[in-house]
Design a protein around this ligand. Structure first.
Ligand code: ADP
Ligand code: GN1
Ligand code: MG
Length: 354
């Protein structure tokens, strides 16, 4: 590891290096130098991110932009350049490494312990959106092509139906019918992005609570991390994915669907934080379509789980047979629940937008 660390412009000599955090994607290490300074070193997961150079180009551009527009160094991530001044180092085995300054005195919550935590995550992702409102989103690359292109996700579902691994389609006819009944509506965000009715934004695309560092003492949000999935997209993606995951009353693979619904108090709490954080940077249509963002992101995730089930579980890690189908069912239950609460969701958004 020392050979890798030496490639970066750290202050002092590396004295200690150990695995750090609970991320599921990259290999993360904490590096402590004899100067007393600490750094985060990460090996990028090449299986998921097949275009690491493009991904690092995005991250370098975003972190520079954020740093230039803020006085608080703990409010954004700072890349440590290599000796050659690059944003990443490619080792002899073809692995890609990057280094960040360690953000001190923070806590990374795995789930919201209080409604306030969830409010703050909305505030943090909203501020992230607001701070990047002036960034030219079209200059960013797509490290995972068509990541939130719901139409492309439906096309993948159709391909999976053709594949029908071990005849699994017969075990999920209800779910397939539900998905297909929403295929037309599913493309509404993509269509409005294409027509220009919705603006193209910088989106984070993995807006879970554990991708925010909170200040340890004040338990308020400091910094959005995990910038690998940053791409051009719609603000509705970031809002919707947070609701899909954080406002659900149950685990993603809960088998008892009676325990699964979208909690309206949590929906309100997050919406308040997100809109406050965006600080007036969203268009009226974006605000009005926030419930649609929640619905489409949840539907899309359900479709991805369903397609993976029909493909024989090749993308999402599973711990038991049928887990992807269980995950799909919770997402579709959430979608149906949102449909039944549609007016209430619209009312909450209107109240929070005042
Ligand atoms: P993954 O993509 O694997 O989820 P993350 O980029 O989210 O990786 O990082 C994993 C963990 O490392 C985070 O949950 C957080 O605890 C910690 N971490 C990452 N970057 C920093 C940083 N700059 N300062 C402090 N902690 C960090
Ligand atoms: C994956 O690995 P994780 O849990 O951060 C997926 C998300 C899904 C999520 C569903 C790169 O995220 O898009 O919403 O699973 N990330 C990728 O649990 O595909
Ligand atoms: Mg993470």
């Amino acid at each position: 590891m020392n050979e890798v660390i030496k490639q970066f412009k750290v202050r002092g000599e590396s004295a200690q290096c150990s695995r750090f955090g609970c991320g599921h994607i990259n290999e993360t290490y904490l590096v402590t130098c004899d100067s007393g300074l600490t750094y985060i070193l990460q090996k990028i997961n090449k299986n998921i991110f097949t275009r690491p150079e493009e991904l690092m180009g995005n991250i370098a551009a975003i972190t520079e932009f954020l740093a230039k527009n803020s006085d608080d160094p703990r409010s954004s991530m700072h890349l440590v350049p290599t000796l050659e001044g690059k944003a990443y180092y490619k080792d002899a085995q073809g692995e890609y490494w990057r280094m960040y300054d360690f953000v001190h005195s923070t806590v990374c919550l795995q789930k919201a312990e209080t409604a306030k935590d969830f409010y703050y995550s909305g505030l943090a992702f909203g501020k992230f959106q607001g701070r990047l409102a002036q960034f030219p989103a079209q200059t960013l690359k797509e490290p995972i092509v068509d990541f939130h292109n719901t139409r492309a996700r439906f096309a993948q579902l159709h391909a999976a139906l053709e594949k029908n691994y071990e005849g699994r389609a017969a075990l999920c006819e209800k779910e397939i019918a539900f998905a297909l009944s929403l295929e037309k509506e599913g493309g509404v965000i993509v269509d409005k992005l294409e027509s220009g009715e919705l603006p193209l934004r910088v989106t984070h695309n993995d807006t879970k609570l554990n991708n925010i560092l909170f200040d340890y003492d004040s338990r308020t949000p400091l910094c959005v991390i995990d910038l690998d999935t940053i791409m051009p997209g719609s603000s509705l993606y970031d809002f919707g994915d947070s609701i899909r995951f954080g406002a659900s009353t149950a685990a993603e693979d809960e088998k008892d669907l009676d325990k699964v619904w979208c909690d309206m108090e949590l929906f309100r709490t997050y919406t308040q934080g997100f809109l406050e954080g965006c600080g007036g940077n969203l268009t009226d249509l974006e605000v009005q379509m926030l419930p649609m963002g929640a619905k489409i992101m949840t539907l899309e995730c359900g479709i991805r789980f369903l397609a993976d089930y029909l493909n024989g579980d090749t993308y999402f890690r599973t711990h038991y047979e049928g887990q992807n189908l269980d995950r799909c069912r919770t997402q579709f239950k959430l979608v149906a629940d949102m449909e039944s609460k549609w007016e209430e969701m619209a009312k909450i958004v209107n109240e929070c937008a005042k």
